[in-house]
Structure formats: structure tokens, C-alpha cells
Design a binder for this molecule. Structure first.
Ligand code: IVH
Length: 701
């Protein structure tokens, strides 16, 4: 890189970083992950080191971003509110420890490890035991005055007990400052969004942004209603109203004492607080914290590692941006930015056409993401998603990532809006849209995508439960014309199967006995297996209870169906339309011919569905061990989205344990208590089933 190229790149990086600071601190709408931000920042710092002639004082590499928005009066901080240096892997933690030992000339150092709250920094000053003023971080030197808003926090004392000054080692302290991180609990966040949905207001994107927005609300009553929480992590006396930048908390001998003082004064502090003397010990705490992450009712984005001794902190000093004695260790991000390369279309078993975003692969919450669901064209239109756009992908409660929004500022040129298809991408027949429905649907019951989807559904666990028949085998069967629908499975021959590529006698026997056994499946499982639109396991069970066999079910009228619990007009209409429509009636006839239906069907089994919704609804669940397909946090969110209550420990109330690999004491306890236990495979099957049911309500109606 020559001098001119370096100058241009430095300018570009500075402009970008300033823009991202603005998006994060002022608009609470970050476009890139913290890690991506740090990469840009690192590149700028490296270039400034190599080309010192381009260094300027107000470079974003040397300043913290500002949250000041001009709507509040501002005041200078008693000591700068800095940021922390971020790290993303354990090697950086080891390097940090080496640096600290070298700079302090010590063999061993005591560190503290605590959660890094994903919230918003707040400073509050007390004089004579009374809250005087509260400030945001602002630009680090000067913050916005938000005293009235902070005064609404239930956990922030307005007036301390008379003996408050006993908290300080030195007597004669009149004024002190506490600093901490304001946040919204996940429970409160969910409640607020529920209210907003009901009032048809835009939902809050995530708890951190909601916290930032709330702190900057001009109406304190609204702030009180939102119900913010806070954890404090710093306390120091304010001498003459001003402190030197590096007089960090020097009045307490170490950080642990500082936390004790906060606790003594009644300020909330995070219960997770550890000390460590080596990178190995730190790493142990980081793992422990990460494993607890999903059990917390608030978001943390990592851990903060600090040199415990304040005398050492003073010696280590700070840069203009961050103290040298601290390090933030960040966990994997749950949001990332990438490019939308293409939109492909997926046709489901009910003919619903779902647009899928094909993305430039990007790291997200511990895995690489290259596809995201786009739901439907209405949703795409609302979000104005176009080809080539930079988009923000999130993993919310779902395993399938979705696109949160487009980074409109980064749009190149004027790409055309994506128009809805008129013909099915698989069979070419015209598609239609039901009144009021957002989804487009291929109504051709013989569309190959629909046929394949039905077949997959038919063999699935809560349907016929035919093991050993994966999607690839079924595709092969369809491709070579071995089957054209579920009934043909009953005509498969051992010799044909055993000679298929990748098959043998053993696998053929296994599949054939599974197919045979399927005629003995509970009646509701057979109804479910038919794949009637909007009929999940629960509705199938309701139908099975009311109509004892296939003939009685076929005779049911829409009016009879619609008075059943949880059925209603729409579902009743779907049932009748399906059973008497071209595809459905042929399916039923064919299955009847191969002896799938019994004269007296076996009644519903308790195992297929719990009353009142999908299988997870209202269940009290514990997750333990590790899973290959997803982290525990993801599993927890997925189940919570389905109405399960996920708790941390196995008790008499626990109804279900999801046990991954290396499950330990929780598994033992669950066995003792007779709690139902699912391994990863069983869990995934249940999950996709429950999702289908939940989705049938929202996508297709
Ligand atoms: S100590 C000089 N401890 O993270 C900064 N900060 O990225 C010393 N934060 O500005 C801060 N949890 O807003 C500290 N346990 C914790 C924290 C924490 C969250 C925030 C804080 C800080 C930012 C730095």
C-alpha cells in the first residue's frame, strides 16, 4: 500500500467508524456486529501506527462513540467514562495476562471475572447520601443528564441509610459516584413487545436498543412504565467534584472491595463475580458464565476481566479510549450483516411458497449462516428487501435465521423491488393467494414439491414414524418412479429396495417393517400423517377423539368440525376442502386400498400430543449437556417461543429434560424423578413438529 492508498483507506475507515458510532450510540440501530466494528477499528489503528503522519487527535480509533443527542442538558464526568478493549478468543486472554505480568513485573496477578452486561452505561453521583445527578456516558468526557429517568428505577436508592459513609475506607467522604449498566430483563422486554403488538406499534428490536431508547425518553413516567433494571460495578469518592483520569477507584484497595461496598450500600450487583490467578482459571469462569448465559433473564455479551488491585490499575493507566487493566471477552454475536445474493423459492407440502434468502456466508451465534427465511412477499415488501442489499440477519427464537432489516444507506444503485411470483417455481401452475393471507400457494396437489413434502411428512415421527427413510431416499424413490405418493410405500418390494444404491438387505428390512408397523399407529397419528393444511398433532387428536375412523371423519361437515375445541371455521374449511378435494380424496382412497386404515382405529395415545397447543406449550423444561445442532441458548429460545417454561434446575416440577452429550447430574436426577427425557434427535423431531403446528396458525392463515 502506498502513501496515498493508506491516506484514502484511513479516511474511509474513519468515516465508516463515525457512521457506525452514530448508528449504535444515537440511533440504537447498529448495522454491524461488535466484532465487525472491532475489525474496522483494528485496521484503522494498524494503519495509523504504520503511517503516523496521518494521526489526528479526534480519530474514532482514539475516542469512544458518543450517545449525546442534543435533547438533554449535559455535564462533564467526574472522571472519563471509557470503553473496554474487546477480545474474541482465549489466546487474547492469555496475551492479556502476559502483558499484565510483564508491565507489572509480577509472576502472578489476581483478576476478577464478571458478566459484561449488554445494556447501557449509567453514572450516578450521590452527595450526603442523596442522589444528585445521573448521566449517560455521552462522549466519555461529558454525558447527558438523565437524573429524572434514573430516579424511576426501582433498584436505585434515592436516599441512603445514615451510616452510608461506613462503606468507604477513608472517612470524610461527602460525595461519591457509582457506575453501572442499565438493562431490560428478557421478561419485561417480551411483555413490552406483546403490548406493542396488540397496539399495532412497531416492535422493539432487542433489549439493548430498547434500553438505550428508554434512557433517552423525555417522559419519565414512560421510563418508569418500561421498568428498566441496573447492575453496578464501580464506586469511588468524588474529590472536589473532579478526579484525574487515572485515579480509578483508587480509594478501595481492590475491585472486590468495591463490589462489597456497592452491596453494603444496597446497590444491585451481579451475583456472578469470580476471581482468578491464571488464564486457565479465567477460561474456566468464562465457560461457566457462558453455560449460564441461557438461564439469565437478561442479555450479556461476554465477560469483563479486570486486574483486581487498584494500585496495579493505577500503574497500568488508560489510553484515551480504554483502561489497560481491563479486557472484555465477547461471546459469539447473535446478529450479523451480510449480502443478499439471491432469492430462491421453497414449495412446502401444503403448497405454500416461501421465499428464501441466499446469503454470503457469515458467522452468527456460533455457526455459519448462508440462508434465511423471508417469510412471504408482504413481509419482504414491508422491509423493502432487494437483491444485492446489505442485510442484518438475526437468530431470534428460531433456529432458522431471519432478516431483521436492510441497511438502506448501503444500497448500491437502485435494484428493482422483488415481485411476487405468478407461477409455481416447481410445476409452473399459476399460484393463488387466499383472501387476506400473506402466503402464495400452489394449489396443484400433484406438484412434485407438494408430493415430496407430503411424503416426508407422512413418514415423520409424529405421523407414521417410519425410521430409516430420510429425505434423500424419498427423493430417489420419487425420481426413479418407485413411488408417487404415500400409498405406494406399501407396495415396495424387498428385492427392489435392497439393490438401490447405498441400500442393502438390512436397511430394506428395517424400512419395510417400519412401513408395516405404520398401520398400527394411533388413529390421531394417521390423521396427522395425511398432511391436512393447518392440522397439527393437537388438532389431529381432537379430530381422532370426535370421529372414530376414516369413514366418520369423511362424513363430518364443516359445521360439525367448526364447533370442536381449537378448530374454528378456517381449519374446518381446510379439513373439508382437503378430504374432498382432488389430492386429498385420492390419497385417502389409495391408502384405504393398501390397508392403511383399520376398521376400528386405535384411539389417541397420550404421547402424541399434550392438550392445548403444541407439544411444548406450558411444559416446564430443563436443558443439559451439549448438542451438535445448536447451543443451549438457542434451544431454550426455540422452546420458549413455543410457550415452554425453561428453567435451570431439575426439581419435582420439571416435566421434560433435554439431554445432550455429556449430560451429568441433571440427567441422573431427572431419571430418579421419572422426568421424561429426550435426546438431541428426539428433541429436534419434537421441535420441528411443534414449529409446524405453531407456523400453520401464523403462515397459512
Ligand atoms: S467496567 C472503563 N464492568 O461495557 C470501563 N463495564 O465496553 C470500565 N459494561 O463502558 C467498565 N458490564 O458500559 C465494566 N461488568 C462490567 C460491565 C461493563 C458492561 C459496559 C460498560 C462499559 C462497556 C465497555
Amino acid at each position: 500500500m502506498d502513501r496515498e492508498q493508506a491516506r484514502l483507506r484511513i479516511e474511509h475507515l474513519r468515516a465508516e467508524l463515525l457512521r457506525h458510532n452514530q448508528l449504535y450510540y444515537q440511533q440504537s440501530q447498529p448495522e454491524i456486529s461488535d466484532q465487525q466494528y472491532d475489525q474496522l477499528d483494528k485496521e484503522l489503528q494498524d494503519l495509523e501506527l504504520s503511517w503516523p503522519e496521518f494521526i489526528i487527535e479526534e480519530s474514532p480509533s482514539a475516542m469512544v462513540g458518543s450517545d449525546r443527542d442534543g435533547n438533554f442538558p449535559s455535564l462533564p464526568h467526574s472522571t472519563p467514562m471509557l470503553s473496554l478493549q474487546n477480545s474474541y478468543d482465549l489466546q487474547e486472554v492469555t496475551a492479556f495476562d502476559q502483558r499484565m505480568r510483564r508491565e507489572l513485573g509480577q509472576e502472578q496477578i489476581t483478576y476478577t471475572v464478571e458478566p459484561k452486561m449488554d445494556g447501557v452505561a449509567v453514572a450516578a453521583r450521590y452527595r450526603d447520601g442523596k442522589l444528585q445527578v445521573a448521566l449517560t456516558r455521552g462522549d466519555g468526557r461529558q454525558g447527558d443528564v438523565i437524573t429524572d429517568n434514573v430516579a424511576t428505577f426501582r433498584e436505585v436508592p434515592m436516599q441512603l441509610a445514615e451510616d452510608w459513609d461506613r462503606a468507604f475506607p477513608d472517612s470524610g467522604v461527602q460525595e461519591f459516584e457509582v457506575r453501572g449498566e442499565a438493562y431490560l430483563t428478557l421478561t419485561r422486554f417480551a411483555q413490552l413487545n406483546e403490548e406493542r403488538r396488540q397496539q399495532e406499534q412497531a416492535e422493539l428490536a432487542n433489549p439493548r436498543n430498547a434500553t438505550a431508547g428508554t434512557l433517552k425518553t423525555l417522559d419519565s413516567e414512560e421510563v418508569r412504565r418500561r421498568g428498566l433494571s441496573i447492575f453496578f460495578y464501580q464506586i469511588f469518592p468524588v474529590v472536589h467534584g473532579v478526579r484525574q483520569p487515572d485515579q480509578h477507584s483508587g480509594e478501595f484497595p481492590h475491585h472486590q472491595a468495591e463490589i462489597d461496598a456497592l452491596r453494603f450500600l444496597g446497590f444491585p450487583v451481579n451475583p456472578f463475580f469470580k476471581t482468578a490467578r491464571s488464564p486457565e482459571e479465567i477460561s474456566g469462569h468464562l465457560h461457566e458464565l457462558e453455560s449460564q448465559r441461557l438461564d439469565l433473564d437478561y442479555q450479556i455479551d461476554g465477560a469483563v476481566i479486570k486486574v483486581d488491585s487498584h494500585a496495579s490499575q493505577l500503574r497500568l493507566k488508560s489510553t484515551a479510549k480504554a483502561p489497560r487493566w481491563g479486557l472484555a471477552f465477547k461471546f459469539a454475536a447473535e446478529q450479523a450483516v451480510t449480502t443478499l445474493k439471491e432469492i430462491t423459492l421453497q414449495v412446502g407440502r401444503t403448497g405454500v411458497i416461501t421465499p428464501v434468502a441466499e446469503l454470503d456466508p457469515v458467522a452468527l451465534a456460533g455457526s455459519t449462516v448462508s440462508r434465511a427465511t423471508l417469510h412471504n412477499w408482504d413481509d419482504m415488501g414491508r422491509k423493502d428487501i432487494r437483491l444485492g442489499d446489505r442485510v442484518i440477519v438475526v437468530k431470534g427464537g428460531d433456529i432458522i435465521p431471519k432478516i431483521l432489516r436492510v441497511c438502506l444507506e448501503q444500497r448500491n444503485g437502485n435494484p428493482k423491488p422483488v415481485v411476487a411470483v405468478t407461477d409455481c417455481p416447481v410445476c409452473g401452475k399459476p399460484v393463488s393467494r387466499e383472501d387476506g393471507a400473506a402466503a402464495l400457494r400452489c394449489r396443484n396437489p400433484f406438484c412434485p414439491a407438494v408430493v415430496a413434502g407430503r411424503l416426508r411428512h407422512f413418514v415423520g415421527r409424529d405421523a407414521c414414524d417410519i425410521g430409516g427413510l430420510g429425505g434423500q431416499s424419498l427423493d430417489l424413490f420419487l425420481e426413479i418412479g418407485l413411488v408417487s405418493g404415500p400409498a405406494d410405500l406399501f407396495r415396495l418390494e424387498r428385492t427392489t429396495l435392497a439393490t438401490l444404491p447405498g441400500w442393502g438387505e438390512k436397511s430394506a428390512d428395517r424400512v419395510l417393517s417400519g412401513i408395516k408397523r405404520s398401520t398400527q399407529r394411533p388413529w390421531e397419528a394417521k390423521i396427522f400423517a395425511l398432511g391436512i393444511p393447518q392440522v397439527g398433532v393437537t388438532t389431529a387428536r381432537t379430530l381422532a377423539l370426535s370421529f372414530g375412523d376414516i369413514d366418520t371423519l369423511l362424513q363430518a361437515t364443516k359445521a360439525e368440525l367448526s364447533i370442536l375445541p381449537d378448530v374454528g371455521d378456517t381449519v374446518a374449511g381446510q379439513v373439508v376442502e382437503f378430504l374432498h378435494g382432488e389430492g386429498g380424496s385420492q390419497l385417502v382412497d389409495n391408502l384405504r386400498l393398501v390397508g392403511f386404515f383399520l376398521e376400528t382405529e386405535q384411539g389417541p395415545s397420550a404421547s402424541v400430543a399434550a392438550e392445548g397447543g403444541n407439544w411444548f406449550q406450558n411444559k416446564i423444561v430443563v436443558i443439559t449437556g451439549t448438542m451438535e445442532s445448536m447451543g443451549r441458548a438457542e434451544a431454550k429460545k426455540a422452546m420458549m417461543a413455543l410457550g415452554a417454561k425453561v428453567t435451570g434446575s431439575v426439581t419435582g416440577k420439571t416435566e421434560l429434560l433435554i439431554a445432550g452429550e455429556k449430560a451429568g447430574s441433571k440427567l441422573e436426577k431427572a431419571k430418579k424423578l421419572g422426568v421424561e427425557i429426550l435426546d438431541e434427535k428426539e428433541f429436534l423431531a419434537r421441535l420441528s413438529e411443534a414449529r409446524n403446528i405453531a407456523a400453520e396458525g401464523s403462515v397459512e392463515s
